[in-house]
Write a protein that binds this ligand. Structure first.
Ligand code: CAA
Length: 381
């Protein structure tokens, strides 16, 4: 497999890095501290095509591939993981399923504005009583003439407080288990019967707002069904395959930022008469961080390449996400250790990276779910 980036991929990486270093990094601590949704950054990401990287240009996107998406995601997340997850949800969890399952009208009317970043989307799968066991959802959708009527509660929905539309999952045939789940495009603004819970207060990615969504008799037009009735679980899981690549890339960005800071600090800080970078205890930590990060990046790029090649990449996406998220946890932990007491202070960005890293092991499938997916593929042979 070729891991050289094309000129176009190098260009999007440089573009994302420029935005991240010049405009995002200087405000990242403030966004985190005040849990402020980064409106101005979302606008800039949209201008640069980062809200619909792999959506064809004719449909409003940047017309690039999934490896381009991954390298851009890493750069944005290196500066601010909240901005990273906003970009990831929009690209992976909202644009991608509409591109793959949407009707021509849905692509024109809904995907276009999302890919151009004029509208924000969210993904309504998790519920108070079903996270990992996604098919146990309780939300139902009942057909009523030319409409679907939705009832149920979703929670932990990233971008919901800002979203214009949700890719929403509900049971249209509750007796049929996962085969009775369907996907819908649900308007989030001025939709009678739909309301939001309070913004969730979180350990990390504090600038990426999330909330619950309550639906009580929310009537949406019949044509808002996304894909075929009863195929919603496949829409959800195949979408999460791509989402896991996005979150792997987010984790790479967080880990790279932590490693950069550990390297810089270890060269500046002296102890026992020399920079601490001269101590083997520090060198071993830096070697482990760099090696794990490289391995995670190779797995992530491989998964993106497979998605671009349009072959099944479910297990490879789970491997990438498992490795990258656990690497981010370990790398931020070690980088904090290199910083001694200073690493624990909010004055240094490391404290934010340490908190942000943690979510990558939970959302879009916990590490345990990734292991289940990988084991199923290995055992199947
Ligand atoms: N793509 C397409 N279809 C798939 C698939 C995939 N990746 N994986 C499974 N399927 C199909 C299977 O082939 C099967 O279809 P048939 O019945 O036709 O054969 C069907 O789906 C059911 O498969 P399973 O029996 O394996 O399903 P399961 O109920 O045991 O669940 C699971 C499998 C892996 C545990 C799955 O439920 C899962 O991934 N859970 C985690 C959910 C998750 O990641 N949630 C994240 C929420 S979104 C989020 O986090 C966003 C955010 O905040 C930023």
């Amino acid at each position: 497999m070729d891991f050289d980036l094309s000129e176009e991929q190098e260009l999007i990486r440089a573009t994302a890095r420029g935005l991240a270093e010049r405009e995002i990094a200087p405000i990242a601590a403030e966004l985190d501290e005040h849990a402020r949704w980064p409106d101005e950054i979302v606008t800039r990401m949209a201008e640069l095509g980062l809200m619909g990287v792999a959506v064809p240009e004719v449909l409003g996107g940047a017309g690039m591939d999934n490896l381009s998406y991954v390298v851009a995601m890493e750069e944005i997340s290196r500066a601010c993981a909240s901005c990273g997850v906003i970009m990831s949800v929009q690209n992976s969890l909202v644009c991608d399923p509409i591109l793959r399952f949407g009707t021509e009208a849905q692509k024109r009317d809904v995907l276009g504005p999302l890919a151009r970043g004029e509208k924000i989307g969210c993904f309504g799968l998790s519920e108070p009583g079903s996270g990992s066991d996604a098919s146990a959802m309780k939300t139902v959708a009942r057909r009523d003439g030319d409409h679907w009527v939705l009832d149920g509660t979703k929670n932990f929905i990233t971008s919901a407080p800002r979203a214009d539309v949700a890719v929403m999952f509900a049971k249209t045939d509750p007796a049929a288990g996962h085969k009775g789940i369907s996907a819908f495009l649900v308007p989030m603004k001025d939709q009678p019967g739909l309301s939001l819970g309070p913004k969730e207060k979180k350990l990390g990615i504090r600038a990426a707002w999330s909330s619950g969504i309550f639906m009580e008799g929310a009537r949406i037009p019949a044509e808002n069904l996304l894909g075929k009735e009863g195929e919603g679980f496949k829409v959800a899981l195949s979408t999460l395959d791509g989402g896991r690549i996005g979150i792997a890339a987010q984790a790479l960005g967080i880990a790279q930022a932590a490693l950069d800071q550990a390297v810089r600090y270890s060269k500046e800080r002296t102890a026992f008469g020399a920079p601490i970078a001269r101590l083997q205890a520090i060198q071993f930590m830096i070697a482990d961080m760099a090696t794990e990060l490289d391995a995670a990046r190779l797995l992530t790029w491989r998964a993106a390449r497979l998605k671009d090649a349009k072959v099944r990449y479910t297990a490879q996406a789970s491997m990438a996400k498992l490795m990258a998220s656990e690497t981010a946890t370990r790398v931020t932990h070690k980088a904090l250790q290199v910083h001694g007491g200073y690493g624990y202070l909010a004055d240094f960005p490391l404290e934010r990276h340490y908190r942000d890293a943690r979510i990558t092991e939970s959302y879009e499938g916990t590490s345990e779910i990734q292991r289940l997916v990988i084991a199923a593929a290995v055992l199947q042979g």
